[in-house]
Design a protein around this ligand. Structure first.
Ligand SMILES: [Zn+2]
Length: 167
């Protein structure tokens, strides 16, 4: 398994965040990767799905996440559902492990044409990957170019603040 954040409690690198109170910083490159993937899915009438890679850092306010890239694999997708196909998921985890350094700090998927929120299934998926209260869920709607970030705490979805940073 790759380094999913809920499963490790290792030392976090100290690095003061550039904007106070923000729990997630996402590089422009990672945003573009997610948006481009969602656009490709829209053209095919399908949802897309991927993992968000990066680092957990810490400063005086506590821990926060810095997303630097994304990773995806073969998908089993329709216009209203998406999941990794099982064979490709193993390859994906292997490639993340081999890349070293990066942890899985979140996941993204698209809702082509039906808005940004977490469905009940999405909440279960999120909790299955990250456990309670850990990790970020990015939802994109490529039909109007919207993107929102969520966390799940005690089964409840919360909107999270995100700052896009230069890579
Ligand atoms: Zn969804």
């Amino acid at each position: 398994m790759p380094k999913v954040i809920s499963s490790e409690k290792s030392e976090r690198r100290y690095r003061k965040r550039s904007v106070r109170g923000v729990p997630l910083f996402v590089g422009e490159g990672a945003i573009s990767q997610m948006a481009n993937h969602a656009d490709l899915g829209l053209a095919e009438g399908k949802e897309v799905l991927g993992l968000i890679l990066g680092e957990i850092c810490r400063d005086e306010e506590g821990e926060y996440s810095v997303a630097s890239g994304t990773a995806t694999a073969g998908l089993d997708a329709t216009g209203v559902s998406v999941r990794f196909d099982q064979d490709s998921l193993e390859d994906l985890f292997a490639s993340i492990d081999e890349s070293g350094g990066d942890a899985v700090i979140g996941w993204y998927h698209s809702h082509p044409g039906f808005g940004c929120y977490l469905s009940d299934v999405d909440v279960k998926t999120h909790s299955g990957i990250f456990g309670e209260g850990m990790g970020f869920a990015v939802v994109l709607d490529p039909s109007d170019g919207t993107l929102m970030v969520f966390t799940v705490e005690n089964g409840e979805t919360k909107v999270a603040q995100m700052v896009v940073s230069e890579d």
